[in-house]
Design a protein around this ligand. Structure first.
Ligand code: PLP
Length: 394
């Protein structure tokens, strides 16, 4: 999920070394730096039109926290200071800081901290595995109902993962769902924040997962693999009109961390993005991802504990069930996803265990998210190890 261009990537390493020799730190409150500006320009070439501003951070939680604060400041500047609430979705994870835990719906990760959290509302999201005939518009309209319940003058933003990660691995909805969400946000002057910390920067076979579904968010957050793991890095990509509101109002976005725009991290991100473009890596993700998905779906036909295999590009989710016909999950005490992780690891394969959709976060899933540079032979090796591990558990 992070080491997108592989370990020991010579082009990326050599660019980073050059940068370390030239300049390793300069606080952005006093200095601009070359890789930051070059990287921001390059990002604006891959983002949807009119999302040309980028604010850099060190991790996904920081990026989402920042996006929430941007939404808040935007409405203050616009003369609508009562708008501050962020509506999130159950079964979504946006980070481990207090603001992002509040917007997120990951029940287990929120539990100990509930007294510290902001009481942001949440709506349910569809479970397409258990309810394939669900009406996407019904689920999108839950947002409208929640905005009305809260009062539109209170709601600043809606935050979602276009393809879910930690909860309900690699699940996504038909395009009409996202397009209706976009309409509702426009109607009620609510900013749409797309958390693409996992799904962005090429992981799903397009630079941003939202491109698959034909809608344009107001803010997109990215993290994890954007620097290929060579330096801590995350980003908030922001609609021009939002930054224009800051510039024409108070003059700036009032926020900051010591390491924003760190030149070494900037160079790492820049080198990774240049690499993706130079070698058409995102196209490769799309193609090889289809092969990986179909091979894992073949594993499902020979297993009695795999209920579903789904995903886009190289972001694949596998859901395990005790009873395939009734889609009954394993009891929580079976800790099935953890067991799969352990056995896979013993067999030389890293998978990311998570929960399903039921009751917030019951059920067992794993994410399979190999580096973008994986070859067909390596996919075969991965699938072989996965099949072997699942058979050991069955
Ligand atoms: N958002 C999503 C969708 C994530 O998957 C994660 C991490 O798993 C985060 C946010 C938080 O990112 P970080 O762990 O870099 O703070």
């Amino acid at each position: 999920m992070v080491s997108n261009v592989g370990h020991g990537n010579k082009e990326v390493i050599s660019g980073i070394l050059d940068q370390v020799k030239e300049l390793s730190f300069a606080h952005t409150s006093q200095f601009r730096n070359r890789p930051q500006e070059e990287y921001a320009s390059l990002i604006s070439e891959i983002t949807p039109p009119a999302l040309d501003y980028v604010y850099f951070l060190s991790g996904g939680s920081e990026a989402n926290e920042t996006a929430i604060k941007m939404a808040r400041q935007y409405f203050i500047e616009k003369g609508k200071p009562s708008k501050y609430k962020v509506i999130g979705r159950w079964s979504s994870y946006h980070g481990n800081t207090l603001g992002t835990l509040s917007a997120g719906g990951h029940v287990k990760r929120r539990m100990a901290y509930t007294p510290l959290l902001i009481d942001f509302p949440h709506i349910d999201s569809p479970d397409w595995y258990r309810n394939p005939d669900a009406d996407p518009i019904y689920y999108a309209d839950l947002l409208e109902a929640e905005i009305k319940r809260q009062g539109e003058e209170q709601v600043a933003a809606f935050m979602l993962e276009p393809v879910t990660g930690t909860s309900n691995a690699a699940s996504c909805s038909p395009s009409v769902y996202y397009q209706r969400i976009r309409e509702i946000c426009d109607q009620y002057d609510v900013l749409l924040i797309c958390d693409e910390v996992m799904s962005g920067f090429g992981r799903t076979g397009k630079y941003f997962a939202s491109e698959h579904f034909g809608f344009i968010p107001d803010l997109i957050t990215g993290g994890k693999g954007i620097s290929g793991g060579y330096a801590p890095l995350a980003a908030v990509i922001v609609k021009d009109s939002i930054f224009k509101t800051f510039f024409e109002g108070s003059g700036q976005f009032s926020h900051g961390h010591t390491y924003i725009g760190n030149p070494v991290s900037m160079q790492a991100g820049l080198m990774v993005l240049k690499y993706l473009r130079k070698y058409d890596v995102v196209e490769h993700v799309s193609e090889i991802g289809k092969y990986l998905l179909s091979e894992l779906q073949n594993v499902k036909t020979t297993s009695d504990i795999i209920g579903d295999v789904r995903g886009l590009g190289l972001m694949i989710g596998v859901e395990f069930v005790a009873d395939q016909e009734n889609k009954t999950p394993f009891p929580p005490e079976a800790k099935l996803a953890e067991k799969v992780k352990k056995v896979c690891f013993e067999n030389g394969l890293i998978v990311y265990p998570g929960s399903g959709h039921i009751n917030g976060d019951q059920g067992d899933t794993v994410l399979i998210a190999p580096p973008f540079v994986i070859t067909k032979e390596e996919v075969d090796e991965l699938v072989g190890k996965f099949a072997e591990s699942v058979n050991e558990i069955s």
